[in-house]
Design a protein around this ligand. Structure first.
Ligand code: SF4
Length: 328
């Protein structure tokens, strides 16, 4: 079984974009591979954030991940900062990472543009990502297209380190998610909580419908009589995530032939979403009612992750020539 690592920021409750785009895939992967999934809070502090809400957002993300079906008996779920070896390996890898590569990262350039004073952590973000992956010597990393550049840098860092200190780290390979990128309900930007264009995984049926009803569709459908193209419609992409294959075929046909209006189409989608999300919402409520259980899962997850992380760091530091004191 290959080892898989992936992380998600503690943004609070999951929304359907990160559920369909990443986390649902993790639920499948835990049955096929040796998986570690981390709530990457050390990454979250590279952007302006509210320290007072970080604990709640981290807990809520843990509830979300467990509610969608990550099973601690099949994978390791943990919070990144509970395993301090991430930060230590990050520092060690910084010393083999070329500055020019970091400055070339598209995400760094995008995010840096929006900040008056650029923190070094934003530049070094991909080195921490490399540390996350290499700490567990993971071979596979589920990523979206937008993360491919960072993963390539992780591979480059692994190559450089191996070249200097001897082959140890596997070069992690991407596991591309099959799902098409889900845009926000505005049909413009990526679905993101900060843009307010999401549907939360735990939204109740009324909230789902209220948000879905005005969602952007194929702009060619100005009136009900105009045929549309489902491939250009974000609502259809969401159908592909929630509606059964037969319904998807019917939706595409009725769209192309103007056989129904967009509101009819969205109502069908809402019904399938509501049905699919109901058990997840129930499991989340049960987990919230038992915070000790969530804490226990995260504590055990961090302990299991640390066992692997410590072994890696011991070997990394030995190869890098550090002085380690013998056991008493
Ligand atoms: S009918 Fe459905 S798939 Fe077609 S444009 Fe309207 S919402 Fe989109």
């Amino acid at each position: 079984m290959a080892r898989v690592f992936s992380g998600i920021q503690p943004s609070g409750e999951l929304h359907i974009g990160n559920y369909l785009g990443a986390v649902r895939n993790w639920v499948r992967l835990q049955h096929e591979h040796d998986c570690l999934f981390s709530i990457v809070d050390l990454h979250a502090i590279t952007q302006p954030y509210d320290p007072g809400g970080l604990v709640a957002r981290t807990r809520e993300m843990a509830v979300s991940l467990l509610a969608v079906g990550l099973d601690p008996s099949r994978c390791i779920v943990f919070v990144q900062s509970h395993v301090p070896e991430h930060a230590e390996l990050n520092w060690l890898l910084n010393t083999v990472t070329p500055l020019g590569e970091l400055e070339r990262q598209t995400q760094f350039k995008d995010k840096a543009q929006r900040q008056e004073s650029i923190p070094a952590g934003l530049l070094n973000y991909p080195v921490l990502q490399a540390a996350d992956i290499l700490l567990y010597r993971a071979e596979l990393v589920p990523v979206g297209e937008d993360q491919l550049q960072h993963l390539e840098l992780s591979r480059e860092i692994a190559r450089r380190w191996n070249g200097r200190f001897g082959d140890y780290f596997p070069e992690p390979q991407p596991l591309l998610t099959a799902t098409r990128r889900i845009l926000g309900l505005d049909g413009q930007a990526k679905m993101s909580k900060s843009l307010g264009n999401t549907i939360g995984l735990f939204d109740d049926p009324d909230a789902i419908w209220e948000k879905l009803r005005p969602a952007a569709t194929d702009p060619a459908r100005v009136t009900r009589k105009d045929p549309g193209n489902p491939d250009l419609c974000n609502v259809f992409t969401v159908h592909q995530g929630f509606s059964p294959p037969g319904v998807q075929v019917e939706v595409a046909h009725k769209c192309r032939t103007a056989g129904w209006g967009c509101l009819d189409c969205k109502r069908v989608l809402a019904d399938h979403m509501i049905a699919a999300l109901a058990p997840i919402r129930e499991r989340a409520a049960a987990l919230r009612a038992d915070p000790k259980r969530v804490e226990r899962i995260l504590r055990e997850g961090a302990e299991r992750a640390r066992d692997i992380a410590r072994a890696t760091l011991t070997e990394v530091k030995r190869r890098m020539g550090f002085y380690s004191l013998p056991e008493d």
